[in-house]
Design a protein around this ligand. Structure first.
Ligand SMILES: Cc1cc2nc3c(=O)[nH]c(=O)nc-3n(C[C@H](O)[C@H](O)[C@H](O)COP(=O)(O)OP(=O)(O)OC[C@H]3O[C@@H](n4cnc5c(N)ncnc54)[C@H](O)[C@@H]3O)c2cc1C
Length: 594
């Protein structure tokens, strides 16, 4: 089992060369941010992720969590490691200074998030949800609630959770039944939530649950859902910790992966009602929760990236070490990295990871501009781009993570299937990523219906134009980029044609959007990843032409971009064909024939 080493060279390359760090720090909100500040923070995060959280990844998987006396027990070492996380100021990174945040760009916060996720994905879910909860409170709660709850959530002294799901309300949150009864200046909450990540833990003095519930006179469906803060412990008038609120973890699920993350059944109001405080307006809870979910969707995409990187590092080390077979032209037995098929697998992992990292960080930059740019037009443009790419980052990257983690097992041969190497844990841990925070199907629907059909394809057309502009630059570059140029041009055409087809076909057939959604999503992710790889290759080419001293890194980037073009962008033809085949053969089979 190998330790995790954050790939700082590639992270810093993407931050600076593709995700426009220099422009991000010109935004007024980041006036105090500089490379001198950020560089050491990333170096320290790499050290912390390797030495502290990374060291607990295997023990967390093997030990898991349990409920004892109405409280969750976590694996040994987690409480101390969480304390170190708080003492290091890591939870505060991406929040503004108003409530104690460090005020760094989302771009940098997500880069560190990649490290936490790669080091220990089950543990890193805790801050992921905490950040989402704090973001929703910051955006929608009253000043009084913000002052009461935000500083300790942002510092990480307390953690936040997200309580949406009920047994009859999964993808369909309109079916939420948890009740909220008005009771003076607060509400009494009662109901059962399931699958609540880090719903309880012993290492912070309080936990702030964000809960979706329904008022007695609420209209049916999503328009009748409200959002509440329901703390584990109520606060005394002076802000100190008071009585235990009427909320308990009933049990934790036994599950395929992320064993160290307690997935709780939470019971609210067994003894008369848990006290809750309304966030935002009554019946407007889902809109508030979307703030949290959007943040978490990017976060889960980053989980896909992190687990892929971890699986790759393990597979690469094994391929350098395992001796098996011979190859033409070499004497004696060779390590398996000499076999073309093993190299194919490692290249698929590496190229996908670099494309995902670029796409995720570029999307983080779009959110920085969407929130902080003072030019309204640029803000609107960035906002539309972030909205278009958020379901893609969530779903494409987590689908790719399945492939990458599975390849990690395959590179190990039989040793991948036994638990000893750790490759199997990465595959098990990755499996949840396409399910929670909205399944791939739900993200794909969001992409085609809300992000493409609703604006008549405008945001997509804008992105396609940017992709096409690259063609002239690729043509002018050295011949090394010819394969990239050809593949990108073909795949951009696939995406453009699929978008036109969708816009034309959807109005005439109610099943078209849902039938094509997955393939359009995968097509978008694959092409957007190829676009970022082409941008990376252009930078690498220029650096090499200029005689940059970091020759091996840039040469590797060119080769990886070429591999992506030939072996991954080529998939765009398949996604295009499947998407534009429409709904006929999907919907034709009578239900009784399944
Ligand atoms: C480990 C774990 C942690 C979780 N953490 C949390 C948490 O912290 N907080 C929380 O509130 N929830 C949490 N969840 C719940 C999670 O978000 C839901 O499981 C998820 O949204 C899917 O809901 P479901 O399980 O009811 O599946 P269903 O909604 O029943 O979906 C089943 C299948 O049908 C498909 N489907 C359903 N509706 C549609 C549709 N309209 N269009 C196309 N396809 C559709 C889905 O894509 C899926 O393939 C967690 C779940 C797990 C397993």
């Amino acid at each position: 089992m190998s330790e995790y080493n954050a790939p700082l060279s590639d992270m810093k390359f993407v931050i600076h060369e593709l995700a426009e760090f220099d422009n991000v720090i010109k935004l007024p909100a980041f006036a105090d941010v500089s490379e001198d500040l950020v560089g050491p923070i990333l170096d320290e995060a790499a050290k912390f992720s390797r030495e502290v959280w990374g060291a607990l990844n295997t023990v967390g998987d093997q030990t898991g969590c349990r409920v004892e006396d109405q409280a969750v027990v976590v694996p040994e070492g987690f409480a101390e490691a969480y304390q170190q996380f708080v003492e290091g100021g890591w939870p505060t990174l991406g929040f503004g200074p108003d409530y104690g945040g460090m005020g760094l760009p989302e771009l940098i916060a997500q880069t560190t998030a990649e490290m936490w996720q790669a080091a220990n994905i089950a543990f890193a879910l805790c801050p992921l949800l905490n950040i989402g909860a704090a973001t929703a409170i910051e955006a929608h709660a009253s000043d009084e609630l913000k002052q009461t709850w935000l500083p300790k959530l942002i510092s990480g002294e307390w953690t936040g959770t997200m309580n949406l799901t009920e047994s009859q309300a999964g993808s369909d949150l309109a079916a939420v039944r948890t009740k909220a009864e008005p009771a003076g200046d607060h509400y009494k909450i009662s109901g059962t939530k399931i699958y609540i990540t880090w719903g309880d833990q012993p290492f912070t003095e309080n936990i702030v649950h964000l809960v979706l519930a329904r008022l007695p006179d609420a209209p049916p469906g999503v328009k009748g859902i409200s959002l509440f803060i329901v703390p584990k412990y109520l606060l005394n008038a002076d802000g100190s910790i008071g009585e235990h609120n009427d909320v308990i973890p009933v049990s934790v699920e036994h599950k395929l992966g992320i064993h160290a993350s307690p997935t709780c059944v939470m019971s609210f109001g067994d003894n008369g009602g848990a006290i809750g405080y309304l966030v935002g307006e009554e019946n407007n809870g889902l809109a508030c929760m979307f703030t949290m979910m959007n943040h978490a969707r990017l976060g889960v995409g980053i989980q896909g990236l992190g687990i892929s990187e971890r699986a790759y590092q393990l597979a690469q080390a094994y391929a350098m070490d395992r001796v098996q077979g011979t190859v033409p032209g070499a004497d004696g037995k060779v390590t398996i990295i000499h076999h073309p098929d093993v190299r194919r697998m490692l290249m698929l992992m590496k190229a996908h990871i670099e494309a995902m990292r670029a796409l995720a960080y570029v999307t983080a930059t779009a959110t920085d501009f969407a929130h902080h740019c003072d030019d309204a037009q640029k803000r609107q443009h960035a906002s539309a781009r972030a909205a278009l790419l958020t379901p893609v980052v969530k779903a494409w990257m987590t689908e790719v993570a399945q492939e990458v983690a599975s390849l990690g097992v395959q590179v190990h041969g039989g040793m991948g299937f036994v638990e000893e190497t750790g490759a199997a844990q990465h595959m098990r841990d990755a499996r949840i990523l396409t399910i929670y925070e909205g399944t791939t199907g739900i993200q794909a629907n969001d992409l085609v219906r809300r992000k493409i059909l609703l604006d008549g394809g405008a945001a997509m057309a804008d992105m396609l134009n940017e992709m096409r502009v690259l063609d002239a630059e690729l043509e002018a570059a050295s011949g090394e980029l010819d394969a990239v140029r050809t593949a990108l041009a073909a795949s951009v055409q696939h995406l453009e044609q699929a978008t036109h087809w969708l816009l034309e076909s959807a109005p005439g057939d109610a099943n078209v959007a849902g039938s094509a959604a997955f393939n359009i999503l995968m097509l978008t992710g694959t092409v957007a990843g190829g676009w970022q790889m082409a941008r990376a290759a252009l930078v690498a080419d220029q650096k090499l032409q200029a005689g940059d001293s970091n020759k091996p890194f840039y040469q590797a980037k060119l080769i990886t971009a070429r591999f992506y073009a030939q072996h991954i962008l080529s998939r765009s033809a398949g996604y295009f064909e499947a998407a534009t085949a429409g709904s006929e053969s999907i919907m034709a089979l009578p239900e009784e024939c399944f």
